[in-house]
Every structure is written in structure tokens, then in C-alpha cells.
Design a binder for this molecule. Structure first.
Ligand SMILES: O=C(O)CCC(=O)C(=O)O
Length: 283
């Protein structure tokens, strides 16, 4: 057994103790009233956090230099290790508290800001970008490193998920990671909250919540893993997203609206934003 495998075994046993942690009544209330909840522990020990950070370094270094990590999606279709993270019981327990017992996983991506790389995520609602009906996705934002305003943590506008009327305009600025933007005169800036997280913690947010993040002027890389889930009643319009695939996370799919993706057979990497799992090549 290698050192890393041994270390992972320790991680698994200490994680079992945490599986009992689910959302409290107040955390659930906050999610539904404000659109998000933050600071939820998933990976806590030094070895668990080192495992997560090693995974980020390993997967990101697998990408050819010509590929921008923020512009490739669907790591869960191309890396078994990443897929297993998306189905980690501690994460699924939290998501189940929001979505109920039948839900699928459908996205997995890194959002990285290296020191002074200038990249920004404009204010937006995820639901604006996605042909998923109804808009009921939950996003898990897992911090790979400690994240605060200093290294460009994500910011969210409390209660904005209750207003579906924000106008998004195209902004093709090169330093923008996404290109549909909500102007800041459409919401009250006193409702902005910073999603500061310690490495290994997660936040959950509603797909209708306004959020974004500024540039990282600090010396510390800001990296997070985004994982997205939907209850089984949510259907994707495949004429808009033909590569959309679902992976059951908990319970039963009584609707069977969406195609089912193939679980990765090993370790590879995505090369574009939208890819089908059948595009993966395994040795
Ligand atoms: O990480 C960020 O700054 C933004 C992420 C985001 O837009 C998302 O998870 O939907």
C-alpha cells in the first residue's frame, strides 16, 4: 500500500464520524430564506485537507497549458477520483436535506483564481445560463484552500433567489470567466455577503441566487470545486445542451427525463466546456 493510500484510509475512517452532521433547522431556514448557507464542514483533519489539495494539484497539472481550467467542465465524466468526491456521503447528506431523497448529480468544475491573474466572475444567476426546468439546482462550493475576500471569495446577494427578474447583458471582457452580467444597480449592495470558507468546508447555494467574485490581488491561490445537483423532477432541454447527463446520487429516478452518464473508468481530463461521457478515452 502506498503512503497516499494509507493516508486516504485514515481519512475515510475519520470521515465516518462526520457523516452524522446534517443541516440544522436554522441552516435549512437560512438556505430557503436567503438562498445559501456557508461554513459546513466536510474535510476537517490536516490529512483530509492535504488529500483534497493534492487532488486539485494533480488534476489541474494534468491539463495541457493551452487549456484554461476555468473553461473546462465535467471533471466527473473524466476522472474517477473527482466523480467519487462528487458522491461523497458527507456532501450528499447536506444536499439531501435541501433536495429531498431523490436527486442526481450533473456537474463538476474547478473555479480557480491564481494570484493577480485578473480573472473575475460577473454578478449572475446560474439559472440564467442553464436550460434546466424547473430551476431547482443546488450548488456545492467546496473550498480547496482558505478563501476570504482577500483572495477573491465568492460573494452572494442575500434573498436574490426570490426575485427572478434580473436582466443579464452580454459582456465579453477577456478577464470575465462567464459572459452574462447583472449590473450592480439592480440590487441593494447592503445585501452582499462574502462566502468565506476554510479549506475543506462547503457552502450551498440556490441556482437563482445572484453571485460573483472579483480579482485575486493576494499571494494566495483561490481554488474551489463546484458540484451541482438537481431533484429528479428537473429536466434538461437537450436541444440546448445535447451533452447533458445525470448521475443518480440518492434515491430513485421516477421521472427518467434525462440521459444517464457513464461513470469514468479511470483518470483523464475534460478539454471543453460541454462534453459527453462517451467522448472519454481510457487505456
Ligand atoms: O467561484 C466563483 O467565484 C463563482 C462560481 C459560480 O459562479 C458558480 O459556482 O456558479
Amino acid at each position: 500500500m502506498t503512503f497516499k493510500q494509507k493516508r486516504y484510509q485514515t481519512d475515510e475512517s475519520s470521515l465516518q464520524k462526520q457523516l452524522a452532521k446534517r443541516l440544522t433547522t436554522n441552516e435549512k431556514k437560512q438556505y430557503f430564506n436567503q438562498g445559501f448557507v456557508k461554513g459546513l464542514p466536510v474535510f476537517q483533519s490536516q490529512s483530509e485537507i492535504a488529500f483534497l489539495q493534492d487532488m486539485f494539484l494533480k488534476l489541474s497539472s494534468r491539463l495541457p497549458k493551452s487549456i484554461d481550467i476555468n473553461q473546462v467542465n465535467a471533471w466527473h465524466k473524466f476522472s474517477l477520483e473527482f466523480y467519487k468526491l462528487c458522491h461523497h456521503p458527507a456532501i450528499l447528506d447536506y444536499v439531501e436535506d435541501i433536495l429531498g431523497s431523490n436527486f442526481y448529480h450533473w456537474a463538476g468544475q474547478f473555479f480557480v483564481k491564481y494570484p493577480n491573474d485578473g480573472s473575475e466572475v460577473p454578478w449572475h444567476q446560474d439559472a440564467q445560463y442553464w436550460p434546466l426546468y424547473p430551476s431547482q439546482s443546488v450548488t456545492v462550493w467546496l473550498a480547496v484552500f482558505n478563501t476570504s475576500l482577500e483572495n477573491a471569495a465568492m460573494q452572494e446577494v442575500k434573498r436574490s433567489h426570490l426575485n427572478t427578474k434580473y436582466i443579464h447583458r452580454i459582456n465579453n471582457s477577456a478577464h470575465y470567466v462567464l459572459h452574462e452580467e447583472v449590473s450592480s444597480d439592480q440590487f441593494n449592495s447592503t445585501n452582499i455577503e462574502t462566502v468565506d470558507l476554510k479549506a475543506g468546508q462547503i457552502s450551498l447555494h440556490d441556482s437563482r441566487l445572484l453571485h460573483g467574485s472579483g480579482p485575486n490581488y493576494s499571494k494566495h491561490t483561490r481554488a474551489r470545486i463546484t458540484i451541482r445537483y438537481c431533484p429528479t423532477n428537473v429536466r434538461c432541454d437537450l436541444s440546448v445542451w445535447p451533452t447533458f447527463e445525470s448521475y443518480m446520487a440518492r434515491g430513485e429516478d421516477n421521472y427518467k427525463w434525462n440521459p444517464i452518464g457513464q461513470v469514468p473508468k479511470g483518470e483523464s481530463y475534460p478539454v471543453r466546456k460541454f462534453q459527453h461521457s462517451s467522448e472519454a478515452l481510457w487505456d
